[in-house]
Design a protein around this ligand. Sequence first.
Ligand code: EPU
Length: 657
Amino acid sequence: MQNIVIKGGARLTGEVRVSGSKNAALPILASSLLASGRSVYRNVPALGDVRTMHKLLGELGAEVETKTEAKAGGITFVDTSKVENVEAPYDLVKTMRASVVVLGPLTARHGRARVSLPGGCAIGARPIDQHLKGLAAMGAKIELEHGYVTARARRLQGATIVFDMVTVTGTENLMMAAALAKGHTTLENSAREPEVEELARVLNKMGARIQGAGTSQITIEGVDELQPIEHTIIPDRIEAGTLLVAAAITRGNVLVRDCLPEHLDAVIAKLRAAGVEITPEEGGLRARAKGDLKPTDISTQPFPGFPTDMQAQFMVLMTRAKGQSLLTETIFENRFMHVPELQRMGADIQVEGRTVAVRGPTRLTGAEVMATDLRASASLVLAGLIADGTTKIRRVYHGPRLRSAGQEAARAGRRRPTRPGADVKGRTKPAAAATRGTTAAPPVPARMLTLALPRGRILEEALLLFREAGIDLSAADKTRAGRRLIIPVEAAGIRVLIVRDTDVPAYVEGGAADLGIAGRDVLDEQGRDLYEPLDLGIGRCRMVVAEPEGRPVDEAAPFHLRYATKFPEITRRHLQSRGVVADVIKLYGSIEIAPLVGLADRIVDLVSSGETLRQHHLREVETILDVSARICVGRAAAKLHGDRIDSLIKRLRAVVR
Ligand code: EPU
């Protein structure tokens, strides 16, 4: 555990080099377990998590050596010839959740792995159910006992696996497992992060047969054996982004060397929107900022969207902007731990659910603050750079990388380039990297809008309506989507989430979907804080009160009547408006039988033809609501993507009957 002390106020100028990617290095080091022999990795960043991974490989029986060379950065040699132990102990996993990436390789090569469950961490619960679901689909027997997960399989078998959500280490774990499995594996809804692509590159070098990494569908043809390799790790896009922000907030002028601009499109777009000048130059990206910055909204998304790992740093940038910015965190549920610390330094930030509003510009003042996760710590270093006076960051667990990034940034003004033209840019996509260095700004992908759609009839009718409006979402059709629940439709710029009808408002209100389609029954019952700009006129039905034929209810009876329903809120409001005193019983289904078996006197339920009521000898007393499905939009989404949502609604409005 370390403290960092920063004296704020310097304008950063000069050049700084980006280290190797932490999140690429961790699974790559674990991939060494898939082969027997000595692998060599270059450009390995020197930081706490990497040292934990070295230690873990050592525990498993690998011989790990490290050295540092000026050109190659950190070099790690891993010899796995003597690996026999297959247990990742709690002590190591608890300090680094990413230790879980040894699960796939150990199971694939040794037929067994025992890995401590990671538990929660500073940024949320972070379960690993998707990793386990995938291994089970590949034939592994999974047991959870005493806080450990054990996976066993004589030989894993290829399978088709559909991730319920985009998970980076989940995709990596299963890709490694499938590399040695028997037969063909398809990973659907895979993470598209550059680190996943980099791991696939490494595995293919080892002899694996992987295609599609970097897209949401990855296919893997299992092989019997893999070989150790030598490899140089890609630069860290988050460190690069952090250094660009450091330059911008200090009104500086810094060349961030050895970064790959194609991994930074979303970050660059937002920096530019904020008024930061970003120019690709030979060997890197230059950031310059003058005058006031502009308020800019972000919503974190899986790659190629704006990375959650840059959210905290961007928040500091927005304290420099004139006006209000909204920052929405959609990946992790608890990633605002830096907010109270930034508030202590004078930032004007308000949290509302998963969105924060930052108002600026504010003058930050140095204070003693506490670090939580790595990125939160980076944001405090950034805040310290612009604060008046001295900032002391306590409880920094993350090792020298954070310190050196901070120090390099702080030193940048005094430094000459140490290694101009270093070899990184040619490592992955040489041609692209080279030309980008000298041409115009890199293209910025439009972020997909996320639409939550309920299963069943509304889904079918909504797809027809979208089609009429010229928006083809048929990939989300049940027969085409199969059991997939997240369906990106690139051509339409829309990512469809298939969810339960009653969950649509929660996804939209929570910012996980920008907009959704839900019945008026669901929306009225839940009464959430959403915009409902358009009734689509689909999924039509009625909400009615019904009672048994021949047993009419006396509303003025001296005893409490009992109404059974799935919609207690709507029912209570209706009863109140009629002045009827009654008990309301919430049921989840089979409402019609409640009066027949004596649980209720009346029911409130949805009907379309009324046939089910008739079959149960119930008669309609009155209609209390005409129901059809509506578009609902979250407040943050309306602010962040108002123009695109408006134009979508305009197209739909033109075809709604
Ligand atoms: N999730 C599940 N079940 C799973 C897996 C994930 O519910 O089986 C949920 C998580 O709880 C989270 C979301 O899915 O809400 C995404 O998690 P993901 O699995 O993608 O995260 P990760 O693989 O554990 C990696 C990076 C993180 C980065 C995230 C998101 C590594 C070693 N870590 O984590 O990096 O924030 O992807 O991009 O690659 C960091 O570098 O500081 C860091 C936290």
